[in-house]
Design a binder for this molecule. Structure first.
Ligand SMILES: [Zn+2]
Length: 478
């Protein structure tokens, strides 16, 4: 057990000063004693309390860590490497061919190092947990790994080394287009049969319940994903979704849907329905489902997702990088939709930037300011960070997202003396984080009661500098 005395913290009831938090040895918050002040000022010394011997004082501004609800770790090796002309008319689809070429060069060791580097970067920018949407399953088109899957283990090892919370989502991938078109040769490593997929997930869940996977860390959970409606025939998706629900009724299940307008048109041609309509027709969506992108959703489709209490995960940076289009955030919020964020292709690994562009998209479209604030929360930075953290926790199925009893102690400490915070009232800290460069003020990061970043440094930094450079040079050499 450890006790922390936080100078300033963002709690579910709002900003509070001088907060005493008790954290169990498993990293769960068991008590909070908040002496909330109405108008706390940064840099103002809170009143002294009787010090206990084991109390660690935390100076600065403590906010909940952000769950990253959508990541493909191997794509970190591609960030910045596809910003030149690949074809006469570059798009998501030409980028995807370059991504496949990279995917086919990645082995377990490359994946382990790239993912470790990425997860450490996530921690430093404020993501304290990640849902890894993982579809690299085979060593080559013809072979299977005997016994344990080394590519899956690479992700678990990376999360363990980094100390980040992980929801691992083995991903079903069976066809190259609507109507069950066979996989292309460059997609062969993604192939999984439904039986093998279900068996492997059941084994992981069994091991987790026996304490074998993630034991001692307590931050690893297994969920599942369907790559997309074009990659999983509808009958297979339905059968697998029901089997997963029988295995674990609260299992997080994720799926890419309606990222590209071409995908929407192809779905309509093949089925007569739009992809989100097709998904809603199945009546499978619950609060445990996360719909990734939904860029090309109609108002009715957004309403349907919101009514099912499912989350939508957007990655504004990836959607911008790939030229996908705008997600209609304002409309989804109006329907009481639950939105979370992810780093997806890793072109940007920074939750503050994701949320800033969520707001800026709206400003550019509507030619107004502070579009996504509400009557109840007039600070748009606070509103966006708070809701994305809570909804992200729902999407990844882990007890995180707020600093509250029963939640895991996953939090960030912002340096109140950083220039980006100068003169800020405490209730403006999250506005500064999103809109004034205060992401650089993230000084310390805690996951499950363990400091994983201290003074902006991670314990694996030195070793990673060499190993990541070696792996990246190897991949560049082909
Ligand atoms: Zn994705």
């Amino acid at each position: 057990m450890a006790i922390y005395r936080l100078q300033t913290a963002y709690l579910p009831q709002g900003w509070s000063c001088d907060v005493r938090v008790t954290v169990s040895t498993e990293g769960i918050i068991t008590a909070i004693d908040a002496n909330a002040a109405a108008e706390p000022q940064l840099g103002v010394e809170p009143p002294p309390r009787s010090p206990g011997t084991a109390i660690e004082r935390v100076d600065g501004i403590v906010i909940p860590g952000m769950p990253n609800a959508h990541s493909h770790a191997f794509q970190r090796a591609m960030a910045g490497n596809a910003e030149y002309r690949l074809s006469a008319r570059d798009s998501f689809w030409s980028w995807r061919q370059a991504m496949y070429a990279l995917a086919n060069r990645i082995g377990p060791e490359e994946l382990r190092v790239v993912a470790t580097q990425l997860f450490v970067e996530m921690l430093k920018t404020g993501y304290t947990s990640v849902a890894e949407f993982h579809y690299l399953h085979r060593p080559s088109s013809a072979a299977h790994y005997a016994g344990a899957n080394l590519l899956w283990e690479a992700i678990g090892d990376a999360a363990d080394t980094a100390g980040i919370g992980l929801t691992f989502l083995p991903t079903l991938y069976q066809s190259s287009d609507f109507g069950g078109a066979p996989l292309k040769p460059e997609q062969a490593r993604f192939a999984l049969q439904t039986d093998a997929f279900l068996r492997a997930i059941e084994e992981r869940i069994g091991a987790e319940r026996r304490g074998g996977v993630g034991a001692g860390v307590g931050v690893i959970r297994t969920g599942a994903a369907f790559h997309s409606l074009r990659a999983v025939p509808l009958d297979q998706l339905r059968e697998a979704a029901l089997a997963l629900r029988a295995m674990d009724s609260s299992m997080p299940v994720h799926i890419h849907v309606a990222e590209q307008s071409l995908e929407v048109r192809a779905c309509e041609r093949a089925t007569g329905r739009r992809p989100i309509e097709l998904l809603l027709d199945q009546a499978l969506l619950t609060q445990h489902w996360c719909v990734v992108h939904a860029t090309h959703a109609t108002a009715e489709e957004l309403q349907g997702i919101a009514a099912a209490n499912a989350t939508v995960c957007v990655s504004t940076s990836t959607e911008a990088n790939l030229g996908d289009g705008f997600f209609d955030t304002a409309r989804f919020f109006k329907a009481n939709g639950r939105l979370c964020i992810g780093s997806d292709s890793q072109s940007t690994v920074n939750p503050a930037e994701e949320l800033r562009w969520l707001e800026y998209q709206q400003r550019l479209r509507k030619r107004r300011r502070v579009v996504l604030a509400t009557k109840g929360e007039s600070h748009v930075g606070t509103r966006l960070w708070r809701d994305a953290a809570v909804n992200g926790a729902q999407a990844i199925g882990q007890p995180v997202g707020t600093i509250a009893i029963g939640r895991r102690a996953d939090w960030l400490v912002l340096d109140a003396s950083h220039p980006a915070m100068a003169g800020a009232a405490a209730d403006a800290a999250l506005d500064r984080l999103l809109f004034a460069g205060a992401d650089k003020s993230i000084r310390d990061v805690m996951v499950a009661g363990r400091w994983v970043v201290k003074d902006r440094k991670h314990g694996a930094d030195d070793q990673l500098r060499e190993s990541f450079a070696r792996i990246m040079n190897g991949l560049a050499a082909g």
